[in-house]
Design a protein around this ligand. Structure first.
Ligand SMILES: [Zn+2]
Length: 462
């Protein structure tokens, strides 16, 4: 039996790992690559393995860097079942439909602007490709054992990262040998609002662990409240706009939850907050369907007080592209929350294009930004950026709040990995090299055993 690592190798996007047992193939996640557009486009379009030869798939959670290429996998002949929690199934359907629409929209926009000698672009998949993919999903509850391929038993625990996210524990059996393997997907953080805390994978021989923040310790959550209030108040005083690029899943709900609280506490003025992400609105509705997955405080708000913690009086939902464009003309100070989270696709790019050149405005970075994304350039203090084929100066204030991260930090990762058992091998994925090196150094002090940072396409026998 072996694992081949095809994505999220010394980088954070494109999660795809292939397990082979008894000649059958099980794919863990099927994420989209994000970064340099042309390069990523090719990597997303063509799989480094034959989709027809994959027998089943496990999806850890709905984020696009884990789920985004599923419609393409199915389009290219994958016919097996896709195991994930029922909440992940529901949210992934929304995310993939949105991803398809955004691809169609972006391609149309870029094709209009292309020079006559350039070939026309095509979306990798369209909304029509999503429904057939969703038919292959098998909603599976936490702790319910399933057998995705012969010789492999598995069950999910709560990863506490986003609604429905999982940690998977496997028992792999081949020629009388039994191996226990754990897969973190993305590991969440304790004490975040809304979700329950992450559980622990135990007693495995091998562990595939994410390492996004392997080189960093997060500030406490209180810092998010203070930082957000400070940035909003200062921008309000300048008469500017606050633009927050946000993942539609989890980060956006946390932002709404916190801004709602800040307004209630009178820590910020009751200014208009525009949620310019129809996807976020739909994803937020799914939260109320799964009260059991929420932490006690949020459950109380939903169940006992019958209130939606994400809705408040000055919140406005922006539905159509026309309404979104109208926001460009707004002179009033306001907050605009929009997707995509790494600023690579969608309406956020239009808001940034409209706001970056004025020092009155503020962009708040609240999530991880992968290398070569527009979000990463802003985070690193670029003085000029390219947006939608235009070169723009960055004069707006850029504020970074890493305390809102939905990922475990170095301390959490070390604790989790130590708790997973006496490992034969630890595979570090879903992190940049510097983050992995820093984490490995900490783990070496803790005597963890062999640490492998697989390269793209590298196969390891178990
Ligand atoms: Zn994630």
């Amino acid at each position: 039996m072996k694992i081949t690592f095809f994505g999220a190798c010394k980088t954070v996007t494109g999660s795809q790992h292939l397990i082979t047992v008894n000649g059958k193939k099980l794919l863990l996640d099927c994420g989209f690559w994000q970064g340099r557009r042309r390069e990523m486009e090719q990597m997303n379009r063509e799989f480094p393995f034959d989709p027809k030869a994959v027998d089943a798939m496990i999806l850890s959670h709905a984020h696009i860097d884990h789920s985004g290429n599923i419609p393409n996998l199915v389009k290219q002949g994958f016919r097996g079942r896709i195991y994930c929690t029922p909440a992940t199934k529901e949210i992934t359907e929304l995310m993939l439909e949105d991803s398809a629409r955004v691809q169609v929209y972006d391609v149309e926009y870029l094709n209009k602007k292309r020079k006559p000698e350039e070939t026309a672009l095509e979306p990798i998949y369209t909304p029509d490709d999503v429904a057939p993919a969703i038919k292959q999903f098998a909603g599976t509850d936490y702790y319910q054992e399933f057998e995705p391929i012969p010789g492999v038993k598995a069950y999910f625990k709560d990863a506490g990262h986003v609604l429905g996210s999982t940690l998977t524990t496997f028992e792999l059996k081949e020629n009388g040998t039994i191996v226990r393997l754990g897969f973190t997907g993305d590991l969440g953080r304790k004490f975040l609002p809304i979700l329950k805390d992450p559980e622990q994978i135990k007693a495995v021989d091998y562990l595939i662990s994410e390492s996004t923040y392997g080189d960093r310790l997060h500030d406490s959550l209180a810092t998010s409240y203070l930082g957000l209030a400070k940035a909003i108040n200062e921008t309000y005083a300048r008469g500017g706009k606050v633009i927050i690029p946000s993942f539609a899943l989890e980060r956006a709900q946390e932002l709404l939850y916190i801004i709602h609280e800040l307004i209630n506490q009178k820590a910020i003025p009751p200014l208009f907050v525009y949620l310019d992400s129809p996807l976020t609105e739909r994803v937020s509705e799914v939260f109320s369907e799964y009260p059991d997955l929420l932490d006690e405080e949020t459950q109380k708000t939903f169940l006992q007080n019958n209130k939606d913690p994400f809705i408040f009086t000055t919140l406005r939902f922006v539905e159509t592209a026309e309404e979104s464009k109208k926001l460009n003309k707004t002179e009033q100070p306001c907050v605009i929350i929009s997707a995509s989270g790494m600023c690579e696709f969608g309406r956020i790019r239009h808001h940034l294009k409209n706001s970056l050149a004025s020092p009155k405005n503020t962009v708040i970075i609240v999530g991880f930004m992968a290398e070569n994304t527009l979000g990463r350039k802003l985070l690193e203090g670029a003085k000029e950026v390219n947006i939608l084929n235009e070169r723009l100066p960055v004069k707006a204030k850029i504020v970074v709040l890493n305390s809102l991260s939905a990922h475990a930090d170095q301390y959490d990762l070390v604790k989790f990995i130590k708790g997973a058992g006496k490992l034969k091998k630890l595979f570090l994925v879903h992190g940049e090299k510097t983050a992995m090196d820093a984490l490995a150094e900490k783990l070496n002090d803790a005597n963890i055993g062999e640490i492998v940072m697989p390269g793209k396409g590298e196969a390891v026998e178990l």
